[in-house]
Ligand binder design. Structure first.
Ligand SMILES: [Mg+2]
Length: 332
């Protein structure tokens, strides 16, 4: 939002002011036409739009005395099972292992996702591809370290060619990984399908996908077995739920993508609470946040691999008024 707030102020806010919040579903379609906003499709439009949608859902929930999950569906999961998402693809196998063990121990996770492939998003060197042979070593090592009871997942962030993705996918199959995320670039639809057709491990993806029709193609043509819309990037929970329900119609699962920080994990668990086709575990990057708030209906901790979803109205939390007072409204 540091970068995108002008879109919030100029392209979205004027559309919503004066509208009836009860028409939210329709408004979320029309706002893409307003001001030719579809030209900003992707995170640029999705993130500021999601912040508006979340606030409206919180408000409607407080009026109707329903949690956000009950507003967007019915409650299937009062507790949400999480997988610990880890990074470290630029680090050596040994260093990665120690950091992954630390992350898993922090919340006593029952499931963990590792990075495979070498793309180094976090460094300034776009040509670097990470330590050689890391992927081939770390896939079996993580299974050996955590044992057969731990659910394992792997994410390539679109790093591979089709042939390389199939080669790594077979290794993931050999060691019993639960899904292979973004084996090739997200918008290489045919290539996603080629990888999916060649492997038995489910292919997951969707965190970069900004188009409902893009998801529709990938679902209908079996390019993905698990859809991962991001509640923020994709423009909110209602749009994300449409993706989940398209997937459900084809017998496929949904596990939303999420970023760490803020209240992202709270939005994630509310969304998953209402998913009829939830995967076994959901992305989790820790409970750390700078936002000061209170929740009366959940300890918001990970117990036995699960987080209890707040049952209070709206988001189910009260943000500390003093925390809010410290902030100023952003003006154009
Ligand atoms: Mg990912």
């Amino acid at each position: 939002m540091n970068s995108l707030y002008p879109i919030f102020l100029n392209a979205l806010k004027p559309f919503f002011i004066g509208k009836d919040a009860r028409d939210l579903d329709l408004l979320l379609e029309k706002v893409y036409i307003y001001n030719l906003n579809f030209r900003l499709s992707g995170m640029a439009l999705g993130i500021p739009l999601a912040t508006i949608e979340f606030a409206i859902l919180d408000m409607l929930g407080r009026i109707a005395n329903k949690s956000i999950g009950r507003l967007i569906g019915k409650i299937h999961h009062p507790r949400v099972a999480v997988y610990q998402a880890t990074e470290y693809r630029e680090k050596s196998v040994e260093e990665s292992l120690e950091l992954i063990k630390r992350d898993v121990a922090k919340y006593n996770a029952h499931a963990v996702k590792i990075k495979v492939g070498g793309l180094m998003f976090m460094t300034k060197d776009i040509n670097a591809v990470g330590p050689k042979g890391r992927t081939e070593k770390i896939i079996p090592l993580i299974r050996k370290t955590f044992g057969d009871k731990m659910a394992l997942y792997a994410d390539a962030n679109g790093f591979y060619s089709v042939d390389e993705a199939i080669r790594v996918g077979k290794l993931l199959e050999e060691y019993g990984y639960g899904f292979f995320e973004e084996p090739v670039l997200f918008d290489w639809y045919e290539e996603n399908k080629q990888v999916a057709d060649a492997l038995t491990i489910p292919i997951a993806g969707g965190e970069q996908q900004y188009s409902l029709h893009g998801f529709r193609w990938l679902i209908a043509n079996d390019g993905l077995q698990i859809v991962q819309p991001d509640n923020y990037y994709f423009g909110g929970m209602i749009r994300s739920m449409k993706v989940a329900r398209m997937a459900q119609a084809f017998g496929k699962a949904c596990t939303p993508h999420m970023s760490g920080g803020g209240l992202g994990y709270l939005y994630m668990i509310h969304f998953v609470s209402a998913l009829g086709n939830a995967s076994a575990h959901h992305e989790f990057k820790g409970l750390g946040t700078n936002v000061r708030f209170e929740c009366k209906t959940s300890p918001l901790s990970v117990a036995d691999g699960k987080i209890k979803v707040p049952t209070g109205p709206g988001l189910g939390v009260e943000i500390d008024p003093d925390f809010i007072k410290k902030h100023d409204a952003v003006k154009g």
